[in-house]
Design a protein around this ligand. Structure first.
Ligand SMILES: Nc1ncnc2c1ncn2[C@@H]1O[C@H](COP(=O)(O)OP(=O)(O)OP(=O)(O)O)[C@@H](O)[C@H]1O
Ligand SMILES: [Mg+2]
Length: 273
């Protein structure tokens, strides 16, 4: 069963067609990857799902209910969480506090109620700390819980972003380039973490340029080019697909892993805006 369904989704920015009549199904409990050259429209797809933008045309449904026009907060409460291509942590908060913030999306205690805490709310707060620590443990970050987020190494910050997203207790997790800037060891660890998350029943929708990661863990790979879906299939089918090879021609992106600093250059560069 498809949890998330995009039907004829189009997004125009002025005269630019960022997403062009896209049909997409993200199957429940699987890892689906969306790949494509820079500017292909991948992040825009995430922004459309999470209510950052409203599609110019088309419908987005999650478990049969429409997401079109929903505010980002409401999308989170439907069980969809995301991370961002450019890390967006609260740098002046500790690692633990960053995860606690995620949990607060789901609790009733607003800022005013927080001043006058009931016993129930104090218990809720304690539970959140314990649950946050469990998540941090899963991501190998519990030893850093009292460090400022800004003091973490880059790969750790990327893991913390996922940890914070998980604290909103999603069923569907959207990851936008989680391996960007990671070294091969960190990427291999991330790969295992994503598989473990899938094995807990989460659905993973991944946008990533690291082809070793994508081809190593995805059940389905969808390829976007100029906002259009040009191919979809298993990793093996995609690696052999002529149209895909053409879109990535000369980049080597489908076969070899590149160093992070080369990552952006392997995909065809395009003038934006
Ligand atoms: N808010 C916006 N206003 C105008 N144009 C935009 C906006 N957001 C994205 N675009 C344009 O839409 C196109 C798709 O951008 P998007 O960020 O979705 O690409 P991407 O596939 O995520 O690329 P990358 O791999 O570089 O992250 C690009 O041409 C981009 O410049
Ligand atoms: Mg992007």
């Amino acid at each position: 069963m498809a949890e998330l369904l995009l039907k004829n989704v189009t997004m125009k920015f002025g005269g630019l067609l960022a997403v062009d009549n896209l049909d997409l199904e993200v199957p429940s409990g699987k890892i689906l990857s969306l790949i494509g050259p820079n500017g292909a429209g991948k992040t825009t797809v995430f922004n459309l799902i999470t209510g950052v933008y409203k599609p110019t045309e088309g419908t987005i449904t999650y478990n049969g209910e429409t997401l079109n026009g929903l505010h980002s907060n409401k999308v989170v409460s439907r069980g969809i969480a995301r991370t961002f291509q450019n890390i967006r942590l609260f740098n002046s908060m500790t690692v633990l506090e960053n995860v606690q913030v995620g949990f607060h999306c789901r609790t009733r205690s607003g800022p005013v109620r927080a001043l006058f805490k009931t016993r129930h709310e104090r218990q809720e707060e304690k539970d959140i700390i314990l649950k946050s620590q469990e998540i941090l443990d899963f991501f190998g970050l519990v030893g850093h819980q009292n460090d400022y987020a800004s003091n973490l190494a880059y790969g750790e910050q990327r893991r913390l972003e996922i940890a914070r997203a998980l604290a909103t207790q999603p069923k569907l997790l959207l990851l936008d380039e989680p391996a960007a800037g990671m070294n091969p060891k960190e990427t291999a660890e991330l790969m295992e973490l994503i598989i473990k998350l899938r094995d807990t029943g989460l659905t993973i929708f991944l946008v990533e340029h690291d082809m070793l990661l994508v081809m190593g863990i995805s059940e389905v790979v969808t390829v976007l080019d100029y906002g259009q879906k040009i191919a979809e299939g298993t990793p093996k089918e995609i690696q052999q697909n002529e149209t895909v090879i053409e879109a990535y021609l000369g980049t080597g992106a489908l076969s070899k892993k590149k160093k992070p600093e080369q990552q952006k250059n392997i995909t065809r560069s395009r003038q934006h805006d």
